[in-house]
Design a binder for this molecule. Structure first.
Ligand SMILES: Nc1ncnc2c1ncn2[C@@H]1O[C@H](COP(=O)(O)OP(=O)(O)OP(=O)(O)O)[C@@H](O)[C@H]1O
Ligand SMILES: Nc1ccn([C@@H]2O[C@H](COP(=O)(O)O)[C@@H](O)[C@H]2O)c(=O)n1
Length: 213
């Protein structure tokens, strides 16, 4: 029988962490949480109530009343929602309000769980069995986002996508609480030259090597 595994996957925007995390959860038959959706949903709810994203009181109130059912809202997808999420994600009390939800999710299944985000290996699940930090060059990540825009028929210049991505990364890296960074014991995967299948195969190999060590 396979041991219970909690797997933490972190990395910057469009590094491909969500793609590998979802595949991994399916492969292992464990629940998967895209924690970015929580921050996106808080930003959505603050604005829906007429609040400002920088208003800590409004953001904490939204974080405390987050509705798990509403995380599948397609309006949460896309870079604008991600950018708004990164503004409320800087507020320490918002992060604190979302911690229990994430930690309870990690404990919710006897088989384990896969969570992806920015601070899973460092703050949410510091005791995770496996931690993976997924990266790719800025240019490769911007190209992925650019292709997403094109797929939706949106006319956005590659240079604008690159600039937006770098601004969001900087906000996530430079914040005072739970910044985007690799845990000291994380395994590193650079997906710049890997397609999604190759990245998944590389993750499986990293995990196999760690488990059999
Ligand atoms: N290895 C890869 N090679 C090329 N494209 C990829 C790869 N992995 C994912 N993609 C594509 O890149 C885009 C971003 O991938 P994904 O959503 O997994 O990134 P992410 O790191 O979870 O981003 P975010 O934090 O913004 O949610 C998607 O369109 C996805 O299909
Ligand atoms: N664990 C996390 C996850 C996300 N964030 C913030 O939310 C933004 C959107 O995240 P996506 O993964 O959906 O792109 C992200 O830029 C972070 O600001 C976070 O702080 N911690």
């Amino acid at each position: 029988m396979r041991p219970r595994l909690v797997i933490a996957i972190d990395g910057p925007a469009a590094s491909g962490k969500g793609t590998v995390a979802k595949k991994l959860a399916e492969h292992l038959g464990v629940p998967y949480l895209d924690t970015g959706l929580l921050y996106r949903a808080v930003a959505r709810d603050v604005e829906a109530r007429g609040g400002e994203l920088e208003d800590a009181t409004a953001a904490v109130s939204a974080a405390q009343s987050i509705d798990a059912q509403s995380l599948c809202d397609p309006g949460l997808r896309g870079p604008l929602a991600g950018d708004k999420a990164s503004i409320i994600a800087k507020i320490p009390a918002v992060r604190a309000a979302l911690l229990d939800y994430q930690r309870n999710f990690a404990k919710s299944s006897a088989e384990g769980a896969v969570l992806d985000g920015r601070d899973i290996g460092t703050v949410v699940c510091p005791e995770a069995d496996i931690k993976i930090f997924v990266t790719a060059s800025d240019e490769a990540r911007a190209q992925r986002r650019y292709l997403e825009h094109q797929g939706r028929g949106e006319n956005v210049a590659y240079e604008v996508v690159l600039e937006d991505l770098r601004r969001r990364d900087a906000r996530d890296r430079d914040r005072s609480v739970a910044p985007l960074e690799a845990a000291g014991d994380a395994l590193h995967l650079d997906t710049t030259t890997l397609d999604a299948d190759a990245a998944f195969a590389a993750v499986l190999a990293l995990i196999a090597a760690q488990i059999t060590r």
